[in-house]
Design a protein around this ligand. Sequence first.
Ligand code: NAI
Length: 270
Amino acid sequence: MSTEQDPTPTATREWRERIVEGRFAGRTVVVTGAGSGIGRATASRAVREGAHVVGVDVAAERLDGLADELAGAGGGGRLTPVGADITDDASIASVLEAAGGRVDALANIAGVMDDMSALHEMSDAVWRRVFAVNVDGTMKLLRAVLPGMLERGAGSVVNTASEAALRGSAAGAAYTASKHAVVGLTRSAAFAYGPSGIRVNAVAPGPTVTGIEVKVTTQFGPARLGSARGIMPAAVPAQVLASSITWLLSDDASNVNGVVLASDGGWSAA
Ligand code: NAI
């Protein structure tokens, strides 16, 4: 008898998407990183559940054709593509403008990986870039949508953390620190704005099949991280993460505020 186990999480072996018709009807949802991976899957899901999605990506060409593709997908929603860099204040203003001044929900998904460096071998450039996108960008857009949400007394935000926000063995020093910062931002905002009708949660994805790039440039960190890979589950399709994110974003999670939802096939339990 073989003792080998299928590493695919049980729940995703036969997973299929189940659309909740009209869940985001009448809502404007900003989704960053909409050109690729988890952001693209989330934008697609929200449109097919009725949202007007403002799909944001710094690589504007990745949004080409997405609006047309989703217009034919049914569900009553639509996508407005916006080429914008979430680290840039003028770009943030263009996102709000594309939303027509009203943002009901925000999925802060755009992010970049580091090079898996441990701290003593990490460059300032890697630290700055990773913090600029993952922390500054996430903060800037969240800060920008809050005044409107406060005015309406309603809003929902999902920030994207990572398994690297839950443990020290999932990525390099810069990425790990940046995703821990995302969790701090999430909890602070959840506490501050919960009584004002605004929910702020985070998702912590485990391995997911996307276009995210890792350029390894050092040796110590990557070698040490390699020793922790044994407990990592197999990667899941981006649609599986979109399912967790849209749930948190929607009224289905109306009593959930300030959580970090590990969507990782159980990795965080190991
Ligand atoms: P991806 O690389 O496939 O997609 C990210 C998108 O964000 C890209 O299209 C990119 O152009 C865009 N982007 C990058 N910087 C931007 C900026 N300054 N302004 C606007 N858009 C920008 O990556 P993936 O995997 O879909 O990542 C999405 C999020 O999930 C990230 O926050 C990442 O850290 C997180 N994550 C991913 C995991 C994985 O296994 N793929 C695991 C844990 C977390």
